[in-house]
Design a protein around this ligand. Structure first.
Ligand code: ADP
Ligand code: MG
Length: 487
């Protein structure tokens, strides 16, 4: 038994939170899992519904090979076992937006088995989260109850769209860990191109399973909060559920295994229904579909076509550019941002490049609400700005001003430096003159610095001010120390 990683304290002692996520990711595919109807988002009501999706009598499902490929690709990206033999089952339940009366899913024999994901936390720690399985299944349609006072409507556009359900092991121990895992999963899916990860459009959503236990004790009873559709909400759902369960248990109650709903307005969860068991669904192999048998060569071909994934990229950034694990992970988290960074860093000081990209650029883009491909500063231009710092043309301080100008108006850093006369003063004579003037004008501070060397910084500030921030800081330091007679 490993030591608990994180604990919450209650009125009667410490508690450990246990979390497992079931994530539904919509396969990025033109057509649905078992029909040729379009799977695109945003069409008018019931425009993308084939006879198969509407479950007309006599219609037969035909598996979409592209979706199978995406599931295998995702399985490989999750370092998981690909099952060469899998099967589709009917999960039977009534729902007005499920015309078949059952959902075609995979139960005992999913296409992907156990895997593992590496997750970086904000505090720099890395955890591993086990993957239980990934299976393919159909999405349901949508019932609409708020368009008419008397009638309910149904939109079957989503009915039959391919979903991958990715089930984690109960390996997370805090709201932050759950949020970081969810976010990492989205990064991997986007790298692979298997899902667009668009949570507002419902392409990715999570069922959040939470329980609490005494440290080292047996797992507690869990609740499952359905369809949580943002990283922030995953965090809130865990936080709320953990606190609620601790309170129930500490006041002598017990947790019911139930399905709950998340209220985005309040950040709270509330009961929806008591949890059904697998046998309630009367799963059985779908007689309309043959078992899915994969040729090892098909899997191998997909393996060879995988792009460089975020973990590999992160390691390469650490190795080639000397970055910390955290910085490398931040940069690798988004494919486009990673590519931008690489262009800036190539042939330059990697750490300095990472600093400018993550702190200055990402900060500025966030403020402006821009994506990296909309950045007013192109990678090549930011690279040239860094060159100007490294060759001593400008100081890091002035570089920030140039950066702001580039951000507002674009333009080439060298031109801006020339036009605005921002070139660093390295000429010792000019710096000495400024130093002499400041020493002559401030006899009291000159006395003080001899007794209190800490006040030296004040002189540096004065010289920089006198030279409009353009003096070379190293030269200023040297000359000041010499003239003040301190070392
Ligand atoms: P079901 O399909 O009925 O929801 P599963 O056994 O597939 O049940 O588990 C679903 C999810 O619940 C998994 O992500 C798993 O990690 C998580 N889970 C299982 N037991 C616990 C527990 N005691 N506390 C928190 N999460 C749990
Ligand atoms: Mg479930």
């Amino acid at each position: 038994m490993s030591e608990p990683r994180k604990l919450l304290s209650g009125a009667t002692g410490d508690w450990e939170v246990v979390i497992g996520l079931e994530v539904h990711a919509q396969v990025l595919s033109k057509s649905k899992l078992f029909s040729g109807a379009s799977a695109e988002y945003g069409a008018g009501p019931n425009e993308n519904v084939s006879l198969v999706d509407a479950a007309m009598p006599g219609m037969l499902p035909v598996i979409n090979g592209y979706c199978v490929e995406q599931a295998v690709k995702t399985g490989l990206g999750l370092n998981a076992k690909i099952n060469l033999w899998s099967r589709f089952d009917r999960k039977n339940y009534f729902y007005p937006d499920l015309p078949q009366g059952y959902q075609i899913s995979q139960y005992k024999d999913p296409i992907v088995g156990e895997g593992e994901v590496e997750v970086e936390l904000d505090d720099g720690e890395t955890i591993r989260v086990g993957i239980e399985r990934l299976h393919l299944e159909q999405d349901a349609g949508k019932s609409i109850h708020d368009l008419s006072p008397k009638e309910s409507y149904v939109d079957l556009n989503r009915s039959g769209v391919a979903l991958m359900e990715i089930v984690s092991k109960p390996d997370m121990r805090s709201a932050d860990e759950a949020a970081a895992y969810y976010s990492k999963l989205r990064t991997i899916l986007r790298y692979l191109g298997a899902c667009d990860g668009n949570m507002e459009e419902g392409s990715m959503r999570a069922d959040v399973n939470v329980s609490v236990r005494r440290p080292g004790g047996p797992f507690g009873t869990r609740t499952e909060t359905k369809n949580v559709n943002s990283i922030r909400f995953v965090k809130q759902a865990v936080e709320y559920e953990a606190r609620r369960q601790i309170e129930v248990l500490e006041s002598g109650g017990k947790i019911d295994q139930e399905t709950r709903l998340f209220d985005v307005a309040t950040g709270k969860t509330r009961p929806m229904r008591s949890k059904e068991d697998a046998h309630d669904y009367r799963y059985f192999p779908d007689p309309d579909l043959l078992p899915l048998e994969l040729d090892p060569a098909f899997v191998e071909r997909i393996r060879l076509s995988l792009p460089e994934l975020p973990d590999a990229k992160k390691r390469r950034f650490m190795r080639d550019f000397g970055l910390s694990g955290y910085d490398a992970a931040v940069l690798a988290a988004d494919k486009d941002r990673a590519a931008y960074f690489e262009e800036v860093a190539k042939g330059r000081d990697g750490k300095l490049a990472a600093n400018w990209v993550t702190t200055e650029l990402f900060g500025a883009l966030n403020k402006k609400g821009l994506e990296i491909d909309q950045s007013p500063i192109k990678a090549a231009a930011l690279g040239r700005l860094i060159d100007l710092i490294c060759d001593g043309t400008i100081s890091g301080r002035i570089a920030k001003d140039v950066f702001q100008i580039m951000l507002e108006g674009g333009g080439d850093p060298a031109t801006i430096v020339a036009e605005k006369g921002l070139k660093q003063v390295t000429d010792a004579g000019a710096i000495e003159r400024a130093v002499d003037e400041i020493i002559a004008a401030n006899p009291r501070q000159v006395e003080e610095v001899k007794a209190k060397p800490k006040t030296f910084g004040w002189f540096v500030g004065q010289v920089m001010k006198a030279t409009g921030g353009k003096a070379n800081p190293a030269a200023v330091n040297d000359i000041l120390k010499k003239k003040l007679g301190i070392d």
